[in-house]
Design a protein around this ligand. Structure first.
Ligand SMILES: NC(=O)C1=CN([C@@H]2O[C@H](COP(=O)(O)OP(=O)(O)OC[C@H]3O[C@@H](n4cnc5c(N)ncnc54)[C@H](O)[C@@H]3O)[C@@H](O)[C@H]2O)C=CC1
Ligand SMILES: Nc1nc(=O)c2c([nH]1)NC[C@@H]1CN(c3ccc(C(=O)N[C@@H](CCC(=O)O)C(=O)O)cc3)C=[N+]21
Length: 352
């Protein structure tokens, strides 16, 4: 049954899997934003420090290289591109470049939306594939959540399958009782955390697991893939988190004195202007060109991080912020590669 199915699907799944050149209209808004921020910093008219994703990514990529040397074979990642989203293509292109640079195999499989499920099943059964990533959105409906669960948990580099998501929300860090195989965390939320560690928002004096105790963070985005997991992870580490979406603000904490084992979230009637003065860090991920965060409300010396493909902070952010991180994509990709080698480690531990 499977064999017939494979023969039928193979022919139309594996067609021209090469990168198309990036259309002109996509020329990188974020690259322009970053260049502008760097120019302002260089002009010396601001005390704001601009931190670049490449700088943060470096130590993660070094770690990937070290782990790679201990693996039995070269890992292979497969990307499934079934949408017309320019940000997805950019992400796939950057992933391909990074894999090449660091000696990992990357194959982009471009398929139609209705072929995606079959393509993912094929990769699940293929021992030469170590990890997979499906670029979202596909249908932009609940069907996307279904597709997310098709990818085998042992190949899920983004940590979006139910077991990983469950462990993340429950604050469980390993897949097994022996605590040998690490659970996979979603790439962009973890990238934001690595940025926060790098710039010293995580307080190393405090024990691991509580290092954000005393910090207040605003996250403007509550999607299931980035904003909500990010708010939960930050609260699990002890922060007080205001999670903002188009409808309301939720407050994520581990209770007074971080006494609870994991976060809990409550709906509030608060508005951004009610809480922004308390926020040490503001993380934005609004996917629209027209949106700009109200910089004038920021606490003086706040830390501002943008993960959206759009520029959510105007250049005036440099007059208020102590640290500005205009984009984090490169860190996301470093985490993706780190997750891939983790999956390979987990596989080797399981078969040992
Ligand atoms: N740099 C990276 O590593 C990554 C970047 N992205 C980018 O992040 C952005 C968001 O992606 P997703 O979370 O997948 O999008 P999404 O469309 O699923 O979610 C957007 C979120 O923003 C909120 N939102 C929209 N307008 C708002 C407003 N005016 N005020 C407050 N909240 C508002 C929505 O309520 C929702 O929670 C996109 O630009 C995407 O390309 C996504 C994943 C990784
Ligand atoms: N399953 C899934 N996971 C994702 O994480 C996901 C997705 N689907 N669909 C699309 C969005 C978009 N996204 C980006 C990640 C990095 C860059 C990136 O590397 N940006 C460069 C800039 C690129 C440029 O200069 O244009 C940077 O931030 O430095 C861009 C976009 C991930 N997404």
């Amino acid at each position: 049954m499977i064999k017939t199915f494979q023969r039928q699907t193979l022919s139309y799944i594996f067609r021209g899997i090469t990168f198309r050149p990036r259309p002109r209209y996509q020329t990188s808004a974020m690259a322009t934003a970053t260049a502008a921020a760097l120019a302002v910093a260089k002009a010396g008219t601001t005390q704001c420090k601009v931190v670049l994703a490449t700088t943060v990514a470096q130590s993660l990529l070094d770690e990937v290289q070290t782990t790679l040397k201990t693996l039995q074979r070269k890992p292979k990642l497969v990307g499934f591109l079934a949408n017309e989203d320019p940000a997805s293509r950019t992400y796939a292109e950057w992933t391909g470049k990074s894999c090449e640079q660091y000696g990992l195999d990357f194959e982009l499989r471009e398929v139609d939306k209705d072929e995606l499920e079959a393509a993912v099943i094929l990769a699940n059964e293929d021992d030469s594939v170590d990890g997979g990533i499906i670029y979202f959105p596909i249908f932009g409906t609940k069907q996307d959540q279904y597709l997310q669960q098709i990818l085998d948990v042992s190949k899920d580099v983004e940590g979006l399958s139910h077991k990983h998501v469950f462990n993340m929300y429950q604050n469980i860090r390993f897949l097994d009782e022996n605590k040998a195989r690490k659970s996979i965390l979603p790439c962009t939320p973890l990238a934001v955390i690595k940025v926060l560690e790098y710039i010293g928002v995580y307080n190393k004096i405090i024990p691991y697991g509580n290092r954000l105790f005393g910090r207040t963070v605003m996250v403007v985005n509550r999607s299931e893939v980035v904003g909500r997991p990010l708010a939960a992870l930050l609260a699990n580490d002890g922060a007080s988190v205001y999670s903002v979406d188009i409808n309301n603000i939720q407050h994520f904490t581990r209770g007074e004195g971080v006494k609870m084992h994991r976060h809990h979230a409550v709906d509030t009637d608060l508005k951004v202007e009610d809480v922004i003065h308390k926020c040490d860090v503001v993380v934005t991920g609004v996917p629209s060109k027209g949106y700009k965060f109200p910089v004038e409300l920021l606490k003086d010396g706040a830390i501002c991080i943008n993960f959206s493909s759009e520029e959510n902070f105007g250049p005036e952010v440099m007059n208020k912020a102590s640290i500005y991180v205009p984009a984090i994509g490169k860190v996301t990709i470093a985490i993706l590669l780190r997750n891939l080698v983790r999956l390979c480690q987990n596989r080797e531990l399981k078969s040992a």
